[in-house]
Design a protein around this ligand. Structure first.
Ligand SMILES: [Zn+2]
Length: 434
């Protein structure tokens, strides 16, 4: 009886529960076990979910459509990549033309700068020459004024001497001549008179002689003065010539400075042009790489272990990770004595998605290994592979160098997954042990 009552109570409870909206299948199954009444048949949640699934369409048609769509997309991407590569090629050509122009302008500028330097030296020399000539002129002017003083002194002396001589002559002239009778009458006086005359004549002679000497000295002084003046005049002419030359050189200097200025402007314009082209190239390269990654995204990783990119050289001079001087190091630097020119090999098989110059990386190669994994080899001295080429694991792709932003020969080696840099060492536990 008790058992029947228990069963009936449970059935009532179940009915009430079923009337509600939530049914616990687990609870129902437990009830079934106890009651032997199949309760869950009407619920069938699994079957419900099957019904909700879309009605399967013709499978082969669907996959054909998708394949067709994918093929079209791939073709579109490949066409776009091709057109971008063409564009990149044109810009590269333009860039190399601009580089040549920069070189040409630089040469032109250097030649003008050399001329400017030479002109500066010449102007400096003429300035020195002018100073030296001015000093000479000053010294000669002093000499001339000294000579002028001498002339003036001599002229004074001459004037004095002349006056003296004049007065003596006057005195002689004024002295009355004794008549013969007087002379006979005063024989003594006459002899005195004669003596006096002789004496006076002698003095006059001396005066005259002295005067002549003075005049001669004066002539010599004047002659010397004249020579000095001529010398000064010559020097003044030379100075004038040097000044004219200096002015001419200074004019030339102004001209050449203007030329250098305009060449520098031209040079700056070329540099700006080159910078723009570089930006365009980088953008195109990035776009091409993106397409390459997208094209490669469907392919699977080539598989197998990666091998060390510089056989025999395992020394790491700068590991992957944060770096004090440039923020973050996205790869490892492999470097050791004598590494320059060593073979750099493909770490695994794949397709070359970049081979060439890439700003800071210098000569650089990027290999796509499928499965969105790429490896990058930078600062090479040269590369022997080209874009879209397929390479096999261990194949030489270039030589270790120091191109781009590099302080010495080394290989900067990166591995990226989905474009994100990974620590390459995690792939080379085996390589390290080699
Ligand atoms: Zn590096």
């Amino acid at each position: 009886m008790k058992d029947t009552y228990y069963k009936k109570s449970l059935i009532i409870l179940l009915t009430l529960t079923l009337l509600g909206s939530c049914i616990n299948p687990y609870f129902c199954r437990e009830l079934e076990k106890v009651t032997d009444i199949p309760l869950i048949d009407n619920i069938q949640p699994e079957a419900k979910s099957e019904v909700l699934e879309p009605i399967p369409q013709d499978e082969s048609d669907n996959s054909d459509d998708e394949q067709y769509k994918k093929k079209n997309e791939t073709k579109e991407k490949e066409d776009k990549k091709k057109s971008l590569e063409e564009k990149l090629k044109t810009i590269k050509e333009e860039s190399s033309r601009v580089k040549k122009e920069i070189e040409k302008t630089k040469k032109k500028k250097n030649s003008k700068l050399a001329k400017k330097k030479d002109l500066n030296t010449q102007v400096g020399n003429t300035k020195q020459e002018i100073v030296s000539l001015s000093q000479k002129i000053t010294s000669l002017s002093q000499k001339i004024s000294k000579k002028e003083n001498e002339v003036s002194n001599k002229e004074s002396e001459i004037s004095v001497a002349r006056d003296l001589l004049k007065s003596r002559i006057k005195f002689n002239y004024m002295t009355p001549e004794l008549s013969k009778l007087e002379a006979v009458m005063n024989m003594g006086k006459y002899s005195d008179y004669l003596c006096r005359l002789e004496y006076q004549a002698k003095i006059s002679d001396n005066d005259q002689k002295k005067l002549n000497e003075l005049k001669e000295t004066l002539t010599q002084i004047q002659q010397t003065k004249k020579e000095i003046e001529q010398n000064k005049y010559q020097i003044e002419i030379t100075k004038e010539k040097v000044e004219t030359k200096k002015k001419q050189l200074e004019n030339e200097l102004v001209d050449i400075s203007n030329e250098v200025y305009s060449i520098e402007k031209e040079e700056a314009a070329w540099h700006k042009n080159a910078e723009n082209l570089k930006k365009q190239m980088n953008a195109l390269q990035a776009e091409i790489e993106k397409i390459c990654r997208e094209l490669a995204s469907d392919t699977e990783y080539v598989g197998g272990d990666m091998i060390w990119p510089v056989p025999g050289c395992f020394s790491i001079s700068s590991p992957f990770g944060p770096r004090s001087f440039d923020g973050f190091h996205y790869g490892v630097d492999i470097s050791q004595r004598g590494i320059y020119g060593k073979n750099v090999v493909a770490t695994n098989s794949g397709k070359i998605i970049f081979a060439g110059w890439r700003s800071l990386y210098g000569i650089c190669v990027i290999i796509d290994h499928g499965g969105k994994r790429t490896s990058l080899y930078a600062h090479l001295s040269s590369t022997c592979v080209s874009l879209n080429q397929t390479v096999t694991k261990g194949q030489t792709i270039g030589l270790v160098g120091s191109t781009g932003n590099s302080t010495g020969p080394h290989l900067h080696f990166e591995i990226r997954e989905n474009g994100k840099a990974k620590n390459p060492m995690i792939y080379f536990k085996k390589a390290k042990a080699q």
